[in-house]
Write a protein that binds this ligand. Structure first.
Ligand SMILES: Nc1ncnc2c1ncn2[C@@H]1O[C@H](COP(=O)(O)OP(=O)(O)OP(=O)(O)O)[C@@H](O)[C@H]1O
Ligand SMILES: [Mg+2]
Length: 270
């Protein structure tokens, strides 16, 4: 087994990155996949959304793992969650410091990649949630990833900034991580009954074509409530439209990533 690592990224804030990371990870885990969720956002919403706020390993959070002098054993930082099969590399506000502390560090953009390489043999999927920016934390994630999943909110201005994200992904691909590409676009918080919702969905499809997942995540109150209980929506209300949608997305994701070519060898050496 060699894990596929996916970055969930969009520098636009509040588009459903974390909601997608939590619920896709949990849905995959319930489908018997071994999953590691990685929180690369100092907001720590992924960590609290799976009920692990403050529940860290003795070695600390991903902040300590990323800023250690030499690459530490990543296992020292991984914790389990309420979902069987779903593990977590947690973060909290301290992670903000990493952006600054790593500025002059050697191979600063490869820190996460080196950590995750250690456990690629153990998980089917590693999903990494990123902050709403294209700084060093997102760069580390793109360097560590095999593919990028982009949540796009079904609203006016949804496409704004996506060209910039696309450029960034191809720049990171050229510079550090050949083969990196956007593998899927997820429409989130959709209300396809409205003309605006339909119009945005059509526009996103015209830009990303077959990369747009058929499953559309509807706006659903339960999805908004679940994180405050520290639960993925499938454990909070399995019958909700939100839970159904993320389970369907996980099925589609499994099918499309099975066909996805295995990651190109070890690009990192020395
Ligand atoms: N499909 C949905 N229906 C209803 N509420 C949603 C849905 N998806 C996300 N939300 C809510 O919208 C808000 C933003 O979602 P989320 O935190 O996932 O976005 P994000 O892209 O991770 O944000 P940030 O850029 O700040 O990290 C949250 O309060 C979340 O609970
Ligand atoms: Mg988030």
């Amino acid at each position: 087994m060699r894990s596929r690592v996916f970055a969930i990224a969009n520098q636009k804030g509040g588009v459903g990155k974390t909601t997608t990371a939590i619920n896709l990870a949990a849905s995959l885990a319930l489908g018997d996949q071994a999953v590691l969720a990685v929180d690369m956002d100092p907001q720590g919403n992924l960590t609290s959304g799976v009920g692990q706020k403050g529940n860290y390993a003795p070695a600390g959070t991903i902040y300590e793992a990323l800023t250690a002098e030499s690459t530490p054993p990543v296992d020292d930082y991984i914790v389990s969650t309420c979902v069987s099969g779903l593990s977590l590399l947690p973060a909290d506000r301290e992670l903000t410091g990493a952006e600054i502390e790593l500025v002059s560090a050697e191979r600063r953009e490869q820190r996460l990649r080196r950590l995750l390489e250690q456990v690629r043999g153990r998980y089917d999927y590693i999903l990494v949630d990123t902050p709403p920016s294209l700084g060093l934390l997102t760069l580390n994630t793109l360097v560590a990833a095999d593919g990028v999943i982009v949540p796009v909110v079904c609203e006016y201005f949804a496409l704004e900034g996506l060209a910039y994200l696309k450029d960034n992904v191809s720049r990171v691909g050229k510079g550090f991580n050949p083969g990196l590409e956007i593998v899927g676009v997820v429409l989130t918080m959709a209300d396809l009954r409205t003309n605006l919702g339909k119009q945005v969905a059509a526009e996103v499809q015209s830009v990303f074509g077959s990369k747009v997942f058929e499953t559309v995540i509807p706006r659903n109150v339960r999805l908004g409530e679940a994180p405050s209980h520290g639960l993925p929506v499938i454990l909070y209300d399995v019958r909700s439209k939100g839970a159904e949608a993320y389970l369907a997305l996980a099925r589609e994701f499994l099918a499309c990533t099975r066909a996805y070519p295995p990651p190109a060898g070890e690009m990192l050496s020395g």
